[in-house]
Design a protein around this ligand. Structure first.
Ligand code: HEC
Ligand code: HEC
Length: 453
């Protein structure tokens, strides 16, 4: 009898955990505090938990310049944006990006740089490289400061309610290596929350390709595409999944690139530090082999295992209604609700999970206002200056608790969910227009639904 009872309970539990209330399947966690984004997937083995803990400590580590008495944690710079991963992904959450009024941009906001070439090609900036680095170690000048001011865009909903968006315009002060130049394209990006990334990495390629096929057939003006990138790990033509433009195919590579580009820590994947020809002090202070393959692997395990918390207010009438609106105005076309992950990970908790990330992992032309540059230049690793990867929406309702702000979009320009929708243009234009036509009650339930994710 007991045997049957426990079998029934087991089946019940399995079904419950494949419900939308548990976005990360059986690995879903249920802490809604400021630590909500910092837990390993439930069911992580004790061996993997040990790696997670070591990875966590290196995610938090403050790097110092070499040589230092702490050789495991030295190698910072010569140029850098921040001294730790957690400076930009605070509490494994997301950065704020922008100040409320004109001023300096937040540390968590990176500016990628490209210079326009012929036929929509671009190259790295000759003096400042591919990423603006405000800081340098002792003896190495930082590149300068990035600032922002805002232009106001106004509009109104069909029912007459008005809204105001603040469009950020970036500029530099105290540049140490000359003017940026008119042909420089800035691509601002804020550090996103770190949850559920191993699950996204484990979505089958065929499912992502199917999203693109379905959109191509639908004829509704939405035509996301897979961003094929050159991967140092898996070779050419890998499907880019990570970063705001799907520029990286794997977490290992994304993490190694972050160490290199953001902190100035080299690894076997990125053995060289970016010091342009004119940055001679930078060249003198280069330090080789800063993080070992083993530690990089552990940080990667950490980034794979960070769990997604359970939904809040799941099943309330308003959230239910909001979900219907989300589908009715076709948000669902790009923010694809669910997948069953593949069976490809060495971390069991990431395999065969029914997940609800709300992304197609495709890049879309999102219109002039969001574009880095209206000219559709190839920005980096295949995506253009107009294209952005549909970000996952899971966990977004908890950002206000974890990071004490509600900013959204690639540079944090949207101050709340409603503004995030209002910034949608290009392939997202129709959904935005449908949102403008909704009744106040429907708009509110849509926002309530987003907050419950
Ligand atoms: C200066 C701020 C900053 C620092 C420091 C930083 N990141 Fe990031 N992180 C970002 C930004 C911005 C992005 C988006 C990058 C893009 O769009 O290309 C990002 C993206 C990521 C992603 C992909 C997330 C996704 O949803 O696609 C991972 C993983 C990541 N970072 C890991 C790390 C690790 C590990 C470190 C420490 C070695 C680190 N980051 C340090 C700002 C930062
Ligand atoms: C054409 C595809 C597409 C459609 C349709 C679409 N989105 Fe998006 N969504 C995106 C992309 C791409 C971004 C990121 C754009 C950026 O950051 O510049 C985004 C960003 C967001 C964000 C902010 C996420 C974050 O992490 O900052 C929210 C919230 C959101 N969308 C909700 C919606 C809602 C609600 C709808 C329906 C009204 C919708 N989206 C329709 C593609 C789409």
């Amino acid at each position: 009898m007991m045997k049957y009872l426990s079998l029934i309970l087991f089946i019940f539990a399995q079904n419950a955990l494949s419900s939308e209330e548990f976005p990360a399947g059986s690995g879903t966690t249920s802490d809604f505090s400021v630590q909500a984004f910092s837990h390993p997937m439930s069911g992580t083995s004790s061996k993997d938990r040990r790696d997670f803990t070591v990875g966590n400590s290196f995610f938090q580590t403050t790097w110092v310049s070499s040589p230092a008495s702490t050789p495991l944690r030295d190698g910072l710079g010569p140029n850098f944006n921040a001294v730790s991963c957690t400076s930009c992904h605070f509490k494994d959450g997301r950065g704020r990006g922008l100040p409320d009024t004109d001023g300096k941009t937040d540390m968590s906001l990176l500016l990628r740089l490209r210079v326009k070439g012929e036929n929509n090609t671009t190259t790295l900036h000759p003096n400042y490289g591919g990423q603006f680095n405000p800081f340098g170690v002792a003896g190495v000048p930082g590149e300068g400061e990035s600032h922002v001011y805002f232009e106001t865009i106004t509009g109104e909903f069909q029912d007459g309610e008005k809204y105001e968006l603040k469009k950020p315009i970036y500029y530099f002060k105290n540049l140490n290596f000359g003017e940026m130049g008119e042909n420089t394209i800035l691509s601002p990006r804020v550090g996103p929350q770190m949850i559920g990334l191993g699950l996204l990495e484990n979505i089958n390629e065929s499912d992502i390709l199917a999203n693109a096929d379905e959109q191509a057939k639908s004829g509704d003006g939405i035509s996301g595409r897979v961003n094929r990138v050159y991967s140092l790990v898996t070779g050419p033509f890998a499907i880019g999944r990570f970063g705001w433009k799907a520029g990286k195919a794997s977490l290992l590579e994304q993490n190694a690139a972050a160490y290199n580009g953001d902190i100035g820590i080299t690894s076997y994947l990125f053995p060289d530090e970016e010091c342009t020809y004119v940055q001679t002090d930078c060249q003198r202070f280069k330090t080789p082999d800063d993080i070992s393959p083993e530690l990089l692997e552990k940080v990667t395990t950490y980034t794979k295992l960070l769990a997604v918390p359970k939904r809040r207010d799941f099943g309330t009438p308003q959230v239910f209604r909001g979900e219907k609106v989300f589908k009715a105005i076709n948000c669902i076309a790009c923010h694809t609700a669910s997948y069953t992950t593949g069976n490809n990970s060495n971390l069991d908790v990431l395999n065969n999970q029914k997940i609800y990330p709300y992304t197609d992992l495709l890049v879309h032309d999102m219109g002039d206002d969001l574009a880095d540059d209206k000219g559709n230049h190839i920005n980096e690793e295949g995506a253009t200056t107009r294209e952005w990867r549909t970000p996952p929406l899971w966990g977004l309702g908890l950002v206000k608790i974890v990071n004490t702000h509600t900013r959204l979009m690639h540079d944090g320009r949207a101050r709340n969910f409603s503004e995030a929708i209002l910034w949608h243009g290009g392939e997202g234009q129709k959904s935005k227009e449908a949102y403008l036509k909704l009744s106040k009650a429907d708009r509110d339930s849509l926002i309530e639904f987003l907050g419950s994710l």
